[in-house]
Design a protein around this ligand. Structure first.
Ligand code: SF4
Length: 388
């Protein structure tokens, strides 16, 4: 089969998947409408009746879809839904966003607020855990809802007041706290704001002279790449914003996602990506290597691999730390350094991020370190004499 025939074959499969999603809403697939982020937002799959038209649901998924909405919202954009394998309940895309009965299981050590954010919150929607950085929870909605969300206690729950009512107090706090130099806007997903509202928010923060660094944490380029428009890129560039993206699996790196990342990178927006290690989704070195290589090709630097936080109802999606360490040891030295993110655990109870390393340091005696390289060979490194 020629390469052209293969591409056409793939295109027709993509079109068929999109057609199936549109049929749920009594519409036909129209590429122009599909590319409109407002249309995508209005046509999100949120209910059992949506999912059962698209997927061969397992009893655990059906039960999860019946019970989850009272606990944590369900929503999937048409773009992401079209990536799900209707016949494979173990599809890594499906596992991330379709709830399962297992979400009702409360495992030992599960926590509602595993990162202890609520204890470090001087104002609603502001977390001040590290001296020079704050997390500003701009809104509580996302394009789609990840079943392992650290902030499931908050996101989509409707408890967070609209930002317009909180912003004055937040700005006053930031003006008073001159030690804060770095603001991470997250939520929820700040890229769901309209351009006008996002522009106004960033402009307000940019007027605080000691804020050096503004970041936005977003899964929109993955769930809703149609949102990345030239106008949005121009406003992010104007406010010199960095983006922390979130990808889980190489199958998420579609043409639309690549185009969105190209727009952002060409627009001068620095791009990093965080990945959560998830059982049955990406807990294999080959999967993560393909993801990280794909991200580098799109000029996105993978920078954190997170051990999944022990959020209530997520034990079926979590791996052991030993699995994570083993995967990282299969990556480190075996590929480009840029393609190996730092593996971290966000210490339960609010201890912050702690990097986890595979055993590279085997011993140290009188300032002589024995180190193990990627081939398992031993080398020594001598400390300088004045430090011994
Ligand atoms: S996009 Fe982020 S905040 Fe939203 S549900 Fe997923 S993990 Fe949670």
């Amino acid at each position: 089969m020629s390469l052209n025939a293969l591409v056409e074959d793939t295109d027709s499969l993509v079109d068929a998947a999109r057609e199936a999603v549109c049929r749920i809403f009594g519409e036909t697939y129209d590429p122009q409408r599909w590319g409109d982020w407002h249309w995508q937002s209005r046509h999100r799959l949120t209910r059992l009746t949506h999912f059962e038209q698209l997927l061969q649901l397992t009893p655990a998924e059906r039960r999860g879809l019946e019970l989850a909405p009272g606990k944590f919202a369900v929503s999937v954009t048409p773009h992401f839904a079209a990536l799900m394998n209707p016949h494979d309940p173990d599809c890594p895309i499906r596992r991330q966003v379709v709830p399962r009965q297992e979400e009702l299981v409360v495992g030992e050590g599960d926590m509602v607020d595993p990162c202890g954010e609520d204890h470090h919150s001087p104002l609603p929607g502001l977390v001040h855990r590290y001296p020079d950085r704050v997390l500003l929870l701009a809104l509580d909605t996302c394009a789609a809802y990840c079943r392992y969300c650290t902030r499931s206690r908050l996101v989509a729950q409707g408890h967070l007041e609209p930002l317009a009512r909180r912003l004055d107090r937040i700005v006053s706090y930031l003006e008073e706290h001159t030690e804060v130099r770095d603001v991470l806007l997250s939520g929820g997903d700040p890229l769901l704001f309209s351009d006008e509202r996002l522009d106004a928010l960033l402009a307000r923060l940019r007027r605080i002279p000691h804020l050096e660094f503004l970041r936005i944490g977003s899964r929109v380029p993955c769930f809703l790449p149609q949102r990345i428009t030239p106008e949005l890129v121009a406003l992010l560039r104007r406010h010199r914003v960095w983006l922390s993206l979130h990808f889980s699996h190489p199958r998420e790196l579609t043409r639309e996602v690549a185009a969105a990342c190209d727009l952002l990178a060409d627009g001068g927006i620095p791009l990093g990506s965080q990945t959560v290690l998830l059982r049955g989704v990406n807990d294999a070195a080959a999967t993560l290597k393909a993801l990280f290589h794909g991200l580098l090709k799109m000029r996105v630097r993978p920078y954190y691999l997170y051990q999944c936080d022990p959020v209530v109802g997520t034990s079926h999606l979590r791996t052991s730390v030993a699995t994570g360490l083993q995967i990282v040891s299969q990556l480190r030295g075996h590929t480009t350094g840029y393609a190996v993110p730092t593996y971290v655990v966000d210490a339960p109870g609010g201890g912050g991020k702690i990097p986890l390393q595979p055993e590279t340091v085997s011993a140290c005696e009188d300032g002589v370190w024995t180190l193990v390289n990627w081939e398992g060979k031993r080398f020594t490194y001598q400390d300088p004499a004045y430090d011994v």
